[in-house]
Write a protein that binds this ligand. Structure first.
Ligand code: CIR
Length: 256
């Protein structure tokens, strides 16, 4: 079933990235690039054709390509990112998606980052966060409702994006930090909690037959594996200093 994984080169200016919750720490772009290469390799191992877009010093956060679009089988929604410094990243991603999906665009005053959108089957949870507002959530709802998707607005607290707090790891199974989500909003789903010593471990990249997951969180990795899921560990520590995790670094475009 795979398809294409769109990724983007780590910018030479990564150290000037946006930061919301973390203090600025030195970032080694060479290490970040090497780790990113291993991540791309993990995508290729899973059968995806990796299409890596170029980046430049004017777009420090552009490796976090997930925030630029929300890809469904029927269409892709090109976002209007919440951080103004990131709006220059949009056009290259839209160009890359254009051959594969019909495109729709979020219009002002809407702002939304792809990291706030958790799509599981026909349920689309969208976090209202410092990056994503109700205007954009309404636009996404109007685009998706005719296609049979149900958009559910949820609150994001104590973390950057909804997917910092909760991601899917199997068809009806979520991985979450219970302190950062309203469990009621996800009542229809089975949830694996992160290990309490690993609060930032809720971001996992579920591909069709495996879960790509950071080596920084071995205890939570054990919890995922104990559900019978195949876990592919990757070291994502350098990009974590820029508040990025594993879902952020790709846009998965399934082959139809
Ligand atoms: C930002 O603040 O926008 C970047 N430094 C990190 C974005 C991470 N993206 C994501 O979680 N989807």
């Amino acid at each position: 079933m795979p398809g294409i994984a769109i990724t983007r080169e780590v910018s030479s200016a990564l150290a000037s990235c946006e930061l919301t919750h973390l203090a600025r720490a030195p970032i080694d772009v060479g290490v970040a690039r090497a780790q990113h290469g291993v991540y791309e390799h993990a995508l290729a191992e899973a059968g995806y054709r990796v299409e890596r877009l170029a980046s430049g010093p004017d777009t420090p956060d552009s490796v976090f390509v997930e925030d630029m679009a929300i890809v469904f089988d029927e269409l892709a929604i090109v976002t209007r990112p919440g951080a103004e410094s990131r709006r220059a990243e949009v056009s290259a991603v839209a160009d890359a998606l254009e051959p594969h999906r019909a495109l729709r665009f979020i219009e002002p005053p809407g702002t939304i980052d792809g990291g706030d959108v958790l799509a599981v089957g026909r349920d689309v949870f969208i976090g209202r966060s410092t990056r994503t507002n109700s205007a954009a959530i309404g636009q996404v709802r109007r685009i998706l409702a005719p296609l049979g998707y149900e958009v559910r607005e949820v609150e994001v607290r104590e973390c950057l994006h909804l997917k910092s707090a909760v991601t899917a790891i199997a068809p009806r199974l979520l991985l979450a930090n219970p302190q950062w989500i309203d469990r009621q909003a996800f009542a229809d789903y089975d949830i694996v909690d992160v290990d309490p010593r690993e609060p930032a471990a809720a971001n996992a990249l579920w591909l069709h037959d495996r879960v790509v997951f950071p080596t920084a969180f071995p205890r939570t990795a054990d919890r995922i594996a104990s559900r019978g899921l195949r876990v592919r560990m990757v070291d994502a520590s350098e990009l974590a200093k820029a508040e990025g995790a594993v879902t952020c670094c790709s846009l998965i475009v399934r082959r139809l």
